[in-house]
Write a protein that binds this ligand. Structure first.
Ligand code: FMN
Length: 334
């Protein structure tokens, strides 16, 4: 059945970048940092990665903002890598875009999906979907500020049942956005309910010349195939299902290209990748070691889900204080 559908993985063009295959890593705060993005690219099948979100406001005060500066962690080996910004002030967003491009961002992505009050209270994130004029001004300002392609990641809309992504996507294309990713839930839903993929289809139907990337609830190759088929989207973005599972992109790519699933990684492979994730983090982080370890613990635990008899390992990882602790914890399964 799949062999009859070779077009599902047609590479997409976002400005000057070719995304091949068109399977992308969703931006996830506290998760999609440099080590994780590198792993996703190394494993294969992931055509584009994205950083965690950055506050355009905090960027203006970069000299004083250790955490923001520590998050400027992308490197050429990840390319293409989009850097995600949030904010509702077009001027601040434009300035922040210039800063991240000066630091080597390959693309700039504008966050119009985040629903947490910390982001929406200033009018940014998904709150922009309640004010399409400002949303379009933000896109326009960022497009005019930088030479790299600008993309936007939206929710279906802000209020439950009120779809604004469709109207917005059309306007964003007109002012120069080079791709739109649609997380097919309303902001008010948070992560509850099911993503309504029909909204991705509706966005695809109005956008003329730029790729539409579908997002929401893709957990395996079968889901990705269904999303491509049901919505006509040009690419598929994966978030939660990639955590502790950076193999997912190559699994999807393999299954679409060959029609057969790849074997799931062995326990040993999972443990080795978990360790590599820890090594990469502790070798490259610009965070203070303590902060890096706290974030890392949460990331490493994800590799252990469904690993039989992993209670002890889990306990040790949750309390690890060093790379040596992590090595010791994983030793029985390496
Ligand atoms: C821990 C976590 C952090 C997230 N952070 C961001 C973010 O910084 N920017 C953003 O646009 N979306 C963020 N999201 C949303 C994801 O990018 C994605 O849209 C959502 O998880 C739905 O996709 P999925 O079903 O494949 O996980 C986050 C999601 C999670 C689970």
């Amino acid at each position: 059945m799949i062999a009859d559908q070779p077009t599902l993985l047609t590479p997409i063009t976002i400005g000057n970048w070719t995304i091949d295959p068109p399977l992308t890593l969703a931006p996830m705060a506290g998760q999609t940092n440099h080590p994780f993005r590198v792993l996703c690219r190394e494993m294969g099948g992931c055509g584009l990665v994205c950083t965690e979100l950055f506050s355009s406001h905090a960027m203006q005060f970069k000299g004083n903002h250790h955490r923001t500066m520590a998050m400027i962690d992308w490197t050429p080996e990840e390319a293409p890598c989009a850097v995600q910004l949030f904010g509702a002030n077009p001027q601040h967003m434009a300035e922040a875009a210039k800063i991240v491009v000066d630091y080597g961002a390959n693309l700039v992505d504008i966050n119009m999906g985040c629903w947490v009050p910390k982001v929406t209270k200033g009018g940014g994130g998904a709150a922009l979907l309640k004010d399409l004029c400002t949303a379009v001004e933000v896109v326009h300002a960022v497009v005019n500020a930088v030479q790299v392609p600008v993309t936007v990641k939206v929710r279906a809309g802000f209020e439950n049942g009120v779809i604004t992504a469709v109207q917005f996507a059309k306007r964003a294309e007109e002012v120069g956005a080079k791709a739109i990713a649609v997380h097919a839930r309303f902001a008010e839903q948070g992560f509850t309910g099911k993503a309504d993929w029909d909204i991705i289809r509706q966005v695809k139907a109005v956008v003329k010349s730029i790729p539409v990337i579908g997002n929401g609830d893709v957990t395996n190759a079968d889901d990705a195939i269904r999303m491509f088929e049901q919505t006509g989207c040009d690419g598929v973005m994966i978030g939660r299902a990639a955590l502790g599972n950076p193999w997912i992109f190559r699994q999807i790519e393999h299954q679409i290209r060959t029609g057969t699933p790849l074997p799931t990684p062995t326990i040993q492979e999972r443990a080795q990748t978990c360790l590599r994730h820890a090594q990469l983090t502790l070798q490259t982080t610009k965070l203070r070691e303590r902060s890096a370890l706290l974030e890392l613990r949460g990331q490493l635990i994800k590799y252990l889900s469904n690993m039989p008899d992993s209670t002890t390992i889990r306990h040790q990882i949750v309390h690890c204080e060093s790379l040596q602790d992590i090595e010791n914890a994983l030793a029985p399964v390496l």
